[in-house]
Design a protein around this ligand. Structure first.
Ligand SMILES: Nc1nc2c(ncn2[C@@H]2O[C@H](COP(=O)(O)OP(=O)(O)OP(=O)(O)O)[C@@H](O)[C@H]2O)c(=O)[nH]1
Ligand SMILES: [Mg+2]
Length: 627
């Protein structure tokens, strides 16, 4: 192929948390996840740059690593990409070694290793803004001479140095004529020591330590990492988060509910309730607005939880939380590196399960995968909130805390505690042995950037709304049809849904769920809830509006509180703490473990726990007078 038209391929390689993904996003306009802790990226991601001279380049974002001696799955991806060992891939034309300019020591060793591979290289000193603020002095020319590669300074988050970086990478790609072979062999202990000394030497020669060393991080850490004060602050933050979910969200939720009620009322007047238009009216009002609308109402709450998570991630707090939890997690037989995957699972178990690739030991990784669905994913928020609004009085306790927020906090805690217990049991039943000590680097604190926080929130909102459109909407059309047809026979007296397919399915399965206090309407909601948990809420909305119980779309909570006993409501909550995992999660577990057996073990134990928990909660509540 003609060299001039061939697109050069650039690979971004560097230590974890050095800003590779931020750089990738700045280069390509992509929106890959960036966060202030190590191990965010676990897969290779390719993007395109349209350079100033009209040429196109392809860029590869890779997981962070300290060495090509890969120890975990994500690091193997990086090594293989650099060496061109991935199936169907040639080595990159240029390797951009991305350095955290404030932390050069470790990256220099990696740069030396990359140099050995023999690919053309550019060293990008990222986070140069922080280095300058700290008064760190780096002799760029000398560094470039020592490394034998051009050096470019960048500030990925402000898109500074991007044009220069692209130009340098292009120049390197043009210099390298033809395919240079990639050579690399795992270094011996002596070679590692030599590389270490060499890196130290370059460090001394080119970098003058900061005039204003970063004492603030140390000061904040002495409080946030304190064994007692630190844990108290962590609990306090979580507590405030769930209080906020119930107190801040109400006005926004009320307006969304009012909006859907208005639209529903308008549709009902436009489409007369007879013949075909009556059917259409029922589909739109009961199926779509009653179903999809009842889920969309929870957007404000989901965004509040994510606001907290995103700000804490950017600030650099999450790695500290991991540090604080390390003892407790280790006691439960969990690897310290399990924290970040479990944290990701609060958004959704799928990215969480993928993030377990940073865990080296297979068994530790498998344990983490098995308990990831116990973290409360955002799809459960609508279910929790609806049932809490229906059954937990909107009261304050101790004069200031919202009782509903407390219950929500308790549900999240129940998920976490069960995860620790299950991990402990897995350790006892399947394998024993010590867990490895924790070695996560604590990132420097950063003031979260308002623009990027808002942008990330917007991405979250988009995911939620898209799910409503792509998964919930089609499912609701099916559910609506099942709940509407066949029509009740002439002279039937009960609500129409009693005679429908949905009614038949619900009633057929009811005996299985009767011991845990579930009505057949709830059973109807559980089945499609397997596809996506929040669909359970949508189905309840539809089932009850078709049953004629609900005139006002916004009043689902009050319908439920009238129709269900308190014991039933609480049992439903307990069920969803363990909730039979959604199907997409199972698919990912199957793929990541490569084992049907482990997938089935997960399904089995989650179902078992859900049933058991709902059973206990139901009967205890009935015994206490909540029947
Ligand atoms: N101040 C400043 N912050 C930056 C810069 N580049 C990245 N960051 C921040 O540094 C943190 C880490 O950035 P990422 O892009 O996620 O780092 P990464 O190298 O992809 O990390 P892994 O995928 O975990 O290996 C984020 O909080 C970014 O917002 C920069 O040039 N200046
Ligand atoms: Mg990354």
């Amino acid at each position: 192929m003609d060299m001039a038209v061939r697109t050069a391929r650039i690979a971004l390689v560097g230590n974890p948390n050095s800003g590779k993904t931020a750089l990738f996003n700045a280069l390509t306009g992509a929106h890959q996840k960036v966060a202030n802790y190590a191990g965010v990226t676990v897969e290779r991601k390719e993007g395109r740059i349209h350079a100033a001279d009209g040429r196109t380049l392809s860029v590869l974002d890779l997981p962070g690593t300290y060495s090509l001696r890969a120890r975990s799955l994500d690091e193997e991806v990086t090594r293989d990409a650099v060496l061109g060992a991935l199936p169907g891939e040639t080595p990159p034309d240029v390797v951009v070694c991305v350095a955290d300019a404030t932390n050069l020591r470790l990256v220099l060793r990696l740069a030396l290793e990359l140099k050995q591979v023999g690919r053309p290289m550019v060293l990008a000193l990222n986070m140069y803004d922080i280095a300058q603020r700290q008064g760190l002095r780096i002799d760029l020319e000398k560094l470039s001479a020592e490394i034998g590669a051009p050096v470019v300074t960048t500030v990925a988050t402000r898109k500074r140095g991007i044009v220069e970086l692209v130009a340098a990478a292009q120049a390197q790609a043009d210099l390298a004529v033809g395919e240079t072979p990639s050579e690399w062999h795992a270094p011996s202990a002596a070679e590692i020591r030599a590389a270490h000394r060499e890196a130290e030497r370059i460090m001394k020669a080119c970098v003058r330590p900061p005039e204003r060393p970063d004492t603030l991080t140390g000061k904040i850490d002495s409080v946030l990492l304190h064994p007692v004060a630190g844990l108290a602050i962590l609990l306090g933050i979580l507590f405030v988060m769930f209080q906020a979910v119930f107190t801040w969200a109400t006005p926004a939720m009320d307006s969304i509910e009012a909006f859907f009620a208005l639209v529903g009322g308008w549709v009902a007047t436009v489409l007369p309730d007879q013949g075909f238009t009556g059917l259409l009216q029922s589909l739109i009002v009961d199926g779509l607005i009653g179903g999809v609308g009842s889920v969309l109402v929870f957007l404000p709450q989901i965004l509040i939880i994510f606001l907290f998570i995103i700000v804490l991630e950017d600030f650099g707090y999450m790695a500290r939380a991991a540090f604080l939890m390390d003892k407790i997690m280790g006691g439960a037989g969990l690897h310290g590196r399990a924290f970040i995957p479990l944290l990701s699972s609060f958004a959704c178990a799928i990215p969480g399960i993928m993030a377990t690739r940073v865990i080296e030991a297979k068994r530790d990784r498998l344990t983490t995968i098995l308990i990831a669905p116990l973290m409360t994913c955002s799809a459960r928020i609508p279910v929790y909130t609806l049932i809490i609004a229906a059954f937990i009085p909107n009261e304050t306790v101790w004069g200031w805390a919202s009782l509903q927020g407390l219950v929500m906090f308790g549900l999240y805690a129940a998920g976490i505690v069960s995860a620790l217990l299950v991990s402990l049991v897995i350790r006892r039943v399947f394998w024993r042995g010590a867990v490895e000590p924790f070695m996560m680097e604590l990132p420097a604190y950063k003031i979260p950037d308002i623009k990027s926080v808002l942008f990330n929130l917007w991405l979250r909102a988009k995911i939620f709304i898209r799910r409503a459109g792509k998964i919930i909407l089609p499912l609701m059309i099916i559910v609506w049809a099942l709940a509407t047809f066949p029509y009740p026979p002439e002279g039937a007296t009960g609500p129409a849904i009693d005679y429908s397919f949905a009614g038949m399915i619900g009633k057929a399965l009811e005996p299985v769920f009767a011991p845990i206090g579930f009505s057949w309407q709830m059973v109807v909601a559980l089945v499609p809830g397997m596809a996506a948990r929040e669909v359970a809420v949508a189905v309840l909305g539809t089932v009850y509006s078709i049953a004629g119980a609900e005139e006002n779309v916004g009043a689902l909570a009050s319908v439920l509180s009238a129709d269900w006993s308190l014991a039933t409501g609480l049992a439903f909550l307990a069920w969803y703490v363990f909730a039979p995992q959604c199907l997409p999660t199972l698919g990912v577990v199957r793929r990541e473990t490569g084992s049907m057996k482990w997938t089935m073990i997960m399904v089995g134990y989650l179902f078992g726990l859900a049933y058991l928990a709902a059973f206990i909660v139901y009967h205890v509540a009935v015994a206490l007078g909540g029947g």
